[in-house]
Design a protein around this ligand. Structure first.
Ligand code: PLP
Length: 511
C-alpha cells in the first residue's frame, strides 16, 4: 500500500462554495490562497505535470455540498478517512498516512487492535449501559486497575467521557473537598497562562489560551492565572536550573498571597508545558517547590495528565519524572487510546476521605463510566502492559528526539525541538535567525498540514502560533506524538518525510 508521498495523487475538487458556519474560516483562507500567485502556480503545475514522488498534488478542500455541508465542524481537506491500522490511516482513495500526532495527541496503542475490538464486542453483547446506581464489573475493574497503575495513594477514580469533563470534575471535587473539611471560602482554582485544559466553560476558566478564552470571557469563572515554568532560554545567566525552577514556582506562592490563602482551593497545571509552550519540560525543582507551596497553604495540586498520562513521556505518568504526587490526577486520551470516549479523575486517599465518610459529590453525567468504555479501556491498558509500550516510549522517544535534532532542527524555520519521550514538539517560525513569524494570511498551519498529507503524514494542528499579538507570539507548534508502539524504523521513515515537508513549507512560506 503506497503512502500519499509515494507519488499518489490526492483527488482534487474544484474550489467549493462556502456554506458551513465553521467551514467559512478555512474555506475563505484557502480559497484566497488558491487565487494567490504561489498557490495558483502550484495548481497549474498539478495539471501540467505527471505525478511523480514528491510532486503529488496538495489536497484540495472538501466539497461542501450534500452531507459534507451538514457537519458543523472543520474537515478542510479532500481526504475521507476509510480505515486505520496500527500507526497508519487510510483514505477512501487508498492513500496511506502515518498518523504523526496520534490523532489529537491521543493514541497510546495502534489502531484496529483485535484484542481491544474483541473486548468491546464481548462487553457490548452483555450490556451496553449501566446507571451509576448499579454496580458493574467493568467499572470497578477499571478503577482497581487505575489504582494499581497510578503512583502513591492515588487510589480512587471517577470516570467520565473526556478531558474537559474530567477537568470540570476535578475543579468541583476540589471545591467540595474543602467544603467538607470546613474551609468554605476556598473556591478559586489557579491555572497557568497559555495552558490548555479543554473547551467547556469550567475547563476554559482555568485554562490560559487567550485566543480560546476571549470570545467567552464574560462567561468564564474567576480563576487567577500564573505563568507555567518558563523556558530555560529565559533563565538569567548565573542562575542554576534548580534555582530557576524554584523562582518560577514562587509565582504560585505570590498569587496565593494576593488572592488570599483562605480563598484558594487548588492549582491546576500540566506536568510539562501545554498550549503555547507545549512540551516544555520544567526542572525537577519546579514541581517539588510547587508541591511544598500547595501543602503550605492547603491548596490541592491537580495534575492534568490528559496528554502525558499512560506512557506518553516514557513513564506511566509524567509527574513520576519529578517525583511529585498530585492530590488529583486528570487523565483521558491515551487511557483508552480514544477507542472509546473515556477519561478519569483519580484522587488520593486524603482527598477521598471525606467522601468515604458520607459527603456526597454533587456531580454526574449520563455517560460516565460507560461499561463498553470501561471494558475497552481495560483492554487498551492490557495492550500497553503486554506490549511494553511505556518502555518502548522510553527507548524510541530519545531516538526520535535525536533524529529531530540532527535532521530537522537545522532547517531555517525550526526554532525549537522539545519534549519528553514520545511527546516531541517542533516550533516553526519563518526564520529562526530573526525569529519573525509567518504571516497569518499565509495560513501556515493549514499549509503545513496540506504539504504533510501530500508526503504521507497526518498531523493534528492547533492555532497557537502566529495568531498572537506582538511579543507573545510563538511559532506554529507541530505535534509529533505517535502511538507508543512506533518502531525506530517507522521513526526513520517519519523523519525522512518530515524533512521534505519542512523544506517545502519553508520554500512556500519564504517566497
Ligand atoms: N487537558 C489537556 C492537557 C489537553 O490537551 C486536552 C485536550 O487536548 C484536554 C485537557 C481536554 O480534553 P478533551 O479534548 O478530551 O475534552
Amino acid at each position: 500500500m503506497p503512502l500519499a508521498g509515494d507519488g499518489v495523487a490526492i483527488r482534487y475538487h474544484p474550489a467549493p462554495t462556502v456554506t458551513g458556519p465553521l467551514g467559512h474560516w478555512h474555506y475563505d483562507a484557502f480559497i484566497a490562497k488558491l487565487e494567490d500567485p504561489i498557490f495558483g502556480r502550484r495548481r497549474q503545475q498539478r495539471t501540467e505535470r505527471p505525478m511523480t514522488p514528491n510532486q503529488s498534488a496538495l489536497p484540495a478542500l472538501k466539497a461542501s455540498e450534500g452531507k459534507w455541508a451538514r457537519v458543523f465542524s472543520s474537515h478542510p481537506f479532500d481526504i475521507v478517512l476509510d480505515r486505520a491500522e496500527g500507526i497508519y490511516l487510510f483514505d477512501t482513495a487508498g492513500n496511506r498516512y502515518l498518523d504523526v500526532s496520534g490523532g489529537a495527541l491521543a493514541t497510546s496503542i495502534g489502531a484496529g487492535d483485535r484484542r481491544v475490538l474483541d473486548a468491546m464486542r464481548r462487553q457490548a453483547e452483555r450490556f451496553t449501559y449501566a446507571t451509576p446506581a448499579m454496580a458493574n464489573e467493568p467499572r470497578a475493574d477499571l478503577c482497581e486497575r487505575l489504582a494499581r497503575l497510578m503512583p502513591g495513594t492515588l487510589n480512587t477514580s471517577y470516570l467520565v467521557s473526556g478531558g474537559s469533563e474530567a477537568v470540570e470534575t476535578a475543579v468541583k471535587l476540589a471545591r467540595q473537598y474543602h467544603l467538607a473539611c470546613g474551609r468554605p471560602n476556598k473556591s478559586r482554582v489557579i491555572g497557568t497562562w497559555d495552558s490548555y485544559h479543554g473547551m467547556t466553560l469550567g475547563a476554559l476558566s482555568v485554562a490560559g489560551g487567550p485566543g480560546y478564552r476571549a470570545p467567552f470571557d464574560p462567561q468564564l469563572a474567576n480563576a487567577p492565572h500564573i505563568r507555567h515554568c518558563r523556558r530555560a532560554t529565559d533563565r538569567p545567566l548565573g542562575v542554576s536550573e534548580d534555582e530557576w525552577g524554584r523562582t518560577c514556582a514562587f509565582e504560585l506562592e505570590e498569587m496565593i498571597h494576593y488572592v488570599g490563602p483562605s480563598n484558594v482551593a487548588a492549582f491546576i497545571a500540566t506536568p510539562v508545558g501545554a498550549g503555547k509552550d507545549y512540551g516544555l519540560v520544567p526542572p525537577r525543582s519546579y514541581w517539588t517547590s510547587i508541591r511544598e507551596i500547595c501543602d503550605r497553604y492547603d491548596v490541592l495540586l491537580i495534575a492534568d495528565e490528559v496528554v502525558t498520562g499512560f506512557g506518553r513521556t516514557g513513564r506511566w505518568f509524567a509527574m513520576e519524572h519529578f517525583g511529585v504526587e498530585p492530590d488529583i490526577m486528570v487523565t483521558g486520551k491515551g487511557i483508552s487510546s480514544v477507542y472509546f470516549p473515556m477519561a478519569a479523575v483519580t484522587v488520593s486517599d486524603k482527598i477521598n476521605e471525606p467522601f468515604t465518610k458520607g459527603t456526597y459529590f454533587i456531580h454526574g453525567h449520563t455517560h460516565m463510566g460507560h461499561p463498553v468504555g470501561c471494558a475497552t479501556t481495560l483492554a487498551v491498558l492490557d495492550v500497553i502492559e503486554q506490549d511494553k509500550l511505556v518502555a518502548n516510549a522510553a527507548s524510541v522517544g530519545p531516538y526520535l528526539h535525536r533524529l529531530l535534532r540532527e535532521r530537522i532542527l537545522p532547517h531555517r524555520p525550526v526554532a525549537d525541538v522539545r519534549g519528553l519521550g514520545l511527546l516531541a514538539i517542533l516550533e516553526l517560525v519563518r526564520d529562526k535567525e530573526t525569529m519573525d513569524f509567518p504571516p497569518v494570511e499565509a495560513d501556515p498551519e493549514h499549509l503545513f498540514q496540506a504539504i504533510a498529507y501530500k508526503h504521507g503524514l497526518s498531523f493534528y494542528m492547533s492555532l497557537y502560533g502566529p495568531r498572537r499579538p506582538g511579543a507573545l507570539k510563538r511559532g506554529v507548534p507541530i505535534f509529533i506524538t505517535p502511538a507508543l508502539c512506533i518502531t525506530e524504523a517507522q521513526v526513520d521513515d517519519l523523519v525522512e518525510r518530515l524533512d521534505r515537508v519542512v523544506q517545502e513549507w519553508d520554500q512556500t512560506i519564504g517566497e
